[in-house]
Design a protein around this ligand. Structure first.
Ligand code: GUN
Length: 291
């Protein structure tokens, strides 16, 4: 293995420490405690784990955490009424409605009902537009975490060829916007891209965000490239015993690590950075609301 392993877990711990420092100054100097409200509708087990971790880390950094757990059959009107209450609550600086929502609720309607200034996910259409036009926006947490790791490893990204595999609103598109803002030459590739392997091989920065286990092998990676693997896929692991599973990324780690200059592991890469950036966005929202 030749690649440097980018340790997202350690980096996220540093970000959380900085966030905790900001929080303690806000408390001491301005008597303000940032507050994050997280709304979970239904009992999707993966969402349960994320929401629990978000609440725990919010409290650990000294902020207030408000969890709202609603049954799966909650009506869209009731959810919108809760969002309105949180919008109006001065103790709440950030609002996150955990996705996916149950099928009878319109995700976009709910997201766009959140006050854009409290939209710590950066999913509100106003924040999408602000990011796309290079203005001051709330930036989606996962791509923000990826950008921080890239800047930390590479310094300036200016002029580098970046390929983002995946075109989701949550990761692929905002990631491409952030890389463009840092003066990369950006390609967004996806399932219909012709000769995806050849496109990937042009990348100085390769961001994989497709949600398909190990679909990018090492021979698609340009020697020396920086590889950011956003995928978190659970796959069977019969070698660990019957019914056991393990987590893998969208990149075939072992082969890619032979070729890349640096690579994020799964787990322990992008994942921990997402929540750390959510906490950072909450402090940002709090500061903007109070200056
Ligand atoms: N579900 C999976 N990832 C996310 C995220 O970043 N934000 C929200 N709100 N829901 C998610």
């Amino acid at each position: 293995m030749s690649a440097k392993i980018i340790d997202g877990k350690a980096f996220a711990a540093e970000v959380r420490e900085k966030v905790a420092g900001h929080v303690s100054r806000l408390k001491e100097v301005h008597a303000i405690t940032p507050g994050l409200a997280v709304v979970l509708v239904g009992d999707d087990p993966a969402s349960e784990v994320y929401v629990r971790n978000k609440g725990k880390q919010t409290l650990e950094t000294g902020m207030n955490s408000y969890e709202h757990r609603l049954p799966a059959e909650t009506s869209e009107a009731d959810l919108l009424a809760l969002v309105e209450r949180l919008n109006a609550d001065p103790a709440v600086h950030g609002i996150l409605v955990q996705l996916p929502l149950p099928g009878h609720i319109d995700d976009e309607k709910v997201i766009n009902a959140i006050d854009p200034a409290k939209d710590v996910d950066g999913f509100h259409i106003l924040n999408v537009g602000l990011l796309g036009t290079g203005q001051k926006a709330m930036v989606p947490c996962t791509p923000l975490g990826c950008l921080m790791m890239l800047r930390d490893h590479l310094g300036s990204l200016s002029g580098l060829n970046a390929v983002v595999v995946g075109r989701s609103n949550i990761v692929g598109k905002p990631m491409a916007q952030l890389l463009l803002r840092d003066s990369c030459t950006v390609t967004i590739a996806h399932s219909r891209t012709k000769d995806l392997a050849a496109v990937c091989r042009t990348a100085d920065i390769l961001v994989a965000a497709v949600g398909r286990p190990e679909m990018i092998p090492g021979d698609w990676v340009k020697p020396g490239a920086t590889v950011i693997d956003v995928g978190i896929n659970r796959v069977p692991a019969p070698e660990k015993g019957e019914g056991k599973t393990r987590l893998v990324g969208d990149v075939e780690f072992a082969s890619a690590a032979q070729v890349a200059g640096a690579i994020t592991p799964v787990p322990g890469g992008v994942g921990p950075m997402t929540i750390a950036c959510l906490l950072a966005n909450t402090v940002t929202a709090c500061c903007r609301a109070n200056n």
